[in-house]
Design a protein around this ligand. Structure first.
Ligand SMILES: Cc1ncc(COP(=O)(O)O)c(C=O)c1O
Length: 429
């Protein structure tokens, strides 16, 4: 029974032992302030999305101005913010993409999966519906996006699954502490495709770095291998850049670290508006888009809030600020100068691995006794929190992805505090 004065919100996630149960009152820059006045540096960028920090006046003003000009436009009409953002995003992706919008990262992946399946139907191959994804991937919590997500990642065991979604061992098993090299990954994918039959597979969906799954940075050449194999087997490649996009990897999009890879579909969300407005998108390469122009093939699917003009104006402002302030290059410099210092923790007994790219870093713990990595990770997160630093903990993993605007002294605080916490937890484990 609900007690008097108790929140009526369905809030069981808030009580999860991996999350800090806090009440956030406000935010400014990289800091959140709790309802009791305590300030904490948010090295999780909210939910990996507040890339330009809190209370960014330029973004607030862009949203307000956009609301005043055109508070809403039906997806059935044209309007300047949507047209302008589509051109800008296609340019950042290297040109030749068409943009379709949604409101969440999961929604963008649902669009991508539906577009891939319809593309093959347009080509006269309706049986190509299967989707291959990686075991520790996360693509969203609704419909197809949740079916594509690896079992167990951020999801309840009670989530619905679908046999049209096939999962494959990825570059790292963070429970067993096992890495797979490029050859093993190629063989695994070839075997999966052969078993199902390429004539039944529409697309492979992959995160360039699986952040939720444990900041899994694949071996060099991974995306190139996937792209070549997909092309050879006539399977589309969907790259999920919902977390890795917008500079977080040290490139505008993380697939741009790979040599000559041009995904068929790129999905994005989160940092696109730095979380100042819900917006996401699927960028679809022209040859796929063109099949939708044939008579009877139009997508004919409207999401009321998708491609909201205010969100598009905020996204344009985010991109303007990032280009003006050189934030993509800064993510690389921050990694080289500061975040890579975490690598020195590798020798400690409790630390099984440290890895990262750009502004996404992860620590994997084994503990000194088998099976207690989660307890060490929790102790690290607790020690950080006591020192006013919020990092993400799940199972035996600590993850962090601070806002791209973080100042050097703040980064020193993040790295120094985390290193001290790991050293102390390593001694007690
Ligand atoms: C790689 C990736 N894809 C998709 C999503 C889902 O995004 P949303 O929660 O906005 O639906 C997430 C969310 O964490 C993500 O990390």
């Amino acid at each position: 029974m609900q007690q008097e004065g108790q929140s009526a919100r369905w809030d069981d996630e808030c009580h999860h032992p991996d999350y800090k149960e806090i009440n956030v009152a406000s935010g400014a820059g990289c800091w959140i302030t709790l309802d009791n006045g305590r300030r904490i540096l948010d090295a999780a960028s909210g939910h990996s999305c507040v890339n330009l920090g809190y209370a960014n006046e330029e973004l607030v003003e862009a949203a307000a101005q956009s609301c005043r000009t055109l508070a809403y436009c039906s997806p059935e009409h044209h309007c300047r913010p949507v047209t302008a953002l589509s051109g800008t995003l296609s340019r950042l992706l290297g040109g030749g993409y068409r943009l379709r919008y949604a409101a969440t990262g999961g929604g963008a992946n649902e669009l991508a999966i539906e577009i891939a399946r319809r593309y093959w139907r347009h080509k006269g191959e309706p049986e190509k519906r299967g989707i291959i994804a990686l075991d520790r991937s996360y693509h969203g919590s609704t419909g197809s996006a949740s079916f594509a997500s690896g079992p167990g990642i951020l999801q309840s065991p009670h989530v619905d699954r679908s046999e049209e979604f096939l999962h494959l061992a990825g570059p790292r098993d963070t429970v067993a502490g096992l890495s797979r090299d490029l050859d093993a990954l190629r063989r695994g994918l070839e075997a999966r495709i052969a078993a199902a039959g390429a004539q039944t597979i529409a697309a492979v969906i992959v995160e360039p770095v699986a952040f939720a799954g444990g900041v899994i940075v694949p071996p060099a050449g991974f995306l190139e291998m996937l792209a070549a194999l997909c092309r050879q087997q006539r399977i589309l490649l969907i790259v999920d850049e919902v977390i890795t996009g917008f500079g977080r990897s040290g490139q505008w999009f993380a697939f741009q670290h790979a040599d000559g890879v041009r995904p068929d579909i790129v999905t994005m969300g989160k940092g696109i508006t730095s979380a100042y407005f819900p917006l996401s998108a699927a960028a679809v390469s022209e040859p796929i888009y063109e099949t939708f122009l044939l008579p009877g093939n139009a997508m004919s699917k409207v999401i009321t809030m998708a491609g909201h003009p205010v969100g598009c104006d905020v996204a344009l402002k985010v991109i303007e600020i990032m280009e003006r302030d050189g934030l993509v290059a800064r993510a690389r410099t921050n990694a080289e100068r500061h975040l890579s210092k975490l690598l020195s923790l590798r020798g400690l007994p409790a630390v099984r691995d440290v890895r990262g790219l750009g502004h996404m870093w992860g620590l994997e713990f084994s503990g000194t006794h088998a099976g207690d990595g989660a307890a060490v990770a929790r102790e690290v997160a607790d020690r950080c929190f006591e020192a006013d630093l919020l990092v993400l903990q799940a199972d035996n993993l600590i993850r962090l992805n601070p806002p791209l605007v973080i100042a050097e002294d703040e980064l020193e605080f993040v790295v120094g505090t985390l290193m001290s916490a790991v050293q102390a937890a390593s001694r007690t484990s």
